[in-house]
Design a protein around this ligand. Structure first.
Ligand code: AKG
Ligand code: FE2
Length: 260
């Protein structure tokens, strides 16, 4: 397994130092998104892209329609009600069990300094891996025309590492705090205005090697379609704040096409 300092550029991102942690925490709470450019070393980006390209043929491809809240269709509401309105998303995905044991992705995921950093930024005491063998580390592939449409995440926060940008498209658009899941405020009207393109979201163009930590539960987000034949390759690192939790069987079947 590679060493953390081979994969993480501690000079530009000193994730073990309190001043840096404090500034990341401020950015996460004020913007809803923490973006650390140059988090991965150039060498790590190269190695991880090569590794992901090698694994690409193992990816499970899915194409699905969903509403932005990722909730089931509600028969008592009209088809064009924002809670029923369907958008489509498609991607390829490989799972934790398919990531090589020597991968730098495992080095980062398992690292104490990284977990402590994330805990401090998102204000949780402890982070645990998923109990199932699929959900902790995923690599997503978006080929030409593939996109992740508007949605709110079920999880409170998400951590991503961009390995490869497409030639065009692939921009990360988001609207901070558009709903409040905690108090059940779905904010239908404004959500619909963004889905209809009547309002402009914040649009981020992300460079390979960037770590993003964002609160996707209340901030609606999407990734625009890949343009050109270079695949967008993105890693998702997922943790739980409690031990022994598996992703639901329904979600595993939807995302991965298998349970383990
Ligand atoms: O691909 C990305 O940058 C975002 C991923 C995301 O939003 C998700 O997996 O829920
Ligand atoms: Fe998301």
């Amino acid at each position: 397994m590679s060493n953390m300092s081979h994969v993480v550029d501690f000079e530009s991102c000193p994730i073990g130092t309190q001043d840096f942690i404090n500034s990341c925490k401020d950015a996460f709470y004020s913007e809803g998104v923490l973006m650390l450019e140059g988090f991965l070393t150039e060498e790590a980006v190269k190695d991880l892209v090569a590794e992901a390209e090698d694994q690409k043929e193992l990816a499970h491809y899915t194409s699905a329609t969903h509403n932005v809240y990722l909730t089931p269709y509600q028969d008592h509401l009209a088809e064009d009600h924002i809670q029923n309105r369907q958008v489509s998303s498609s991607k390829g995905c490989i799972t934790t069990d398919q990531i090589p044991t020597t991968s730098g992705l495992r080095t980062i995921y398992d690292s104490d300094v990284f977990r402590k950093f994330v805990c401090s930024v998102v204000s949780v005491p402890e982070l645990y891996e998923y109990a199932d063998p699929l959900s902790s580390i995923n690599v997503h592939y978006a080929n030409e025309g593939q996109e992740l449409n508007w949605h709110f995440d079920n999880s409170e926060f998400a951590i991503t590492l961009l390995l490869q940008s497409p030639q065009g498209g692939g921009s990360f658009d988001y609207v901070k705090d558009l709903r409040s899941a905690e108090v059940g405020d779905m904010n239908h009207e404004e959500v619909e205005a963004y889905v209809d393109g009547l309002r402009e979201p914040t649009s981020l163009s992300v460079e390979p090697g960037t770590l993003m930590l964002f609160s996707g539960r209340n901030s609606m987000h999407r990734v625009t379609p890949t343009i050109g034949d270079q695949t967008r390759i993105l890693v998702v690192l997922a943790y739980n704040s409690e031990p022994d939790i598996s992703l639901s069987e329904e979600a595993r079947m939807t995302f991965y096409g298998r349970l383990g």
